[in-house]
Design a protein around this ligand. Structure first.
Ligand code: ZN
Ligand code: ZN
Length: 142
């Protein structure tokens, strides 16, 4: 058997209790961070860190609940989360309906590709600075 091509690389994201997984095949379309207020509240952290994959590249397995709300952009976001431990394992958004987002921390992979953008940099915590080639956008569209 030959090694799988890089584009068939499978990564598994798991919730905190392990009952819910999202398996992503291939490389992410983009990886980004977001400091909007919704992301801060939802994750309890200074910013979210997520990878977007084509919908067809993501397989979600396990019982989950959905929560749809309006983001700082004014468009809807729908999260899929574990009803046992509450971890968000995936999300979809009005702004990119062909893509599924997965919070990168759920992969527990220190070698995951780094983020390229920080959205809502205008709302980031004052102490927060970044190294590398991260592009800062004041809002979601900038
Ligand atoms: Zn769980
Ligand atoms: Zn956000």
């Amino acid at each position: 058997m030959i090694a799988a091509a890089a584009t068939n690389n499978k990564r598994i994201a798991r919730c905190g209790c392990g009952a819910l997984t999202a398996t992503a095949t291939g490389e992410p379309v983009t990886v980004y961070c977001c400091s909007c207020i919704n992301c801060q509240r939802k994750g309890g952290s200074a910013f979210s860190y997520a990878a977007l994959f084509p919908n067809a590249a993501v397989a979600i397995a396990g019982e989950h609940k959905r929560w749809r709300h309006t983001g700082d952009s004014g468009r809807w976001i729908e999260t899929m989360f574990c009803p046992i431990c509450g971890t968000t394992i995936a999300f979809r958004a009005e702004g990119f309906q062909d893509l599924t987002g997965i919070p990168v921390g759920c992969f527990a992979d220190p070698d995951f590709p780094p983020p390229l953008e920080l959205y809502w940099a205008s709302r980031r915590h004052r102490w927060l600075t970044f190294h590398g080639d991260l592009t800062l956008h004041d809002t979601q569209d900038g």
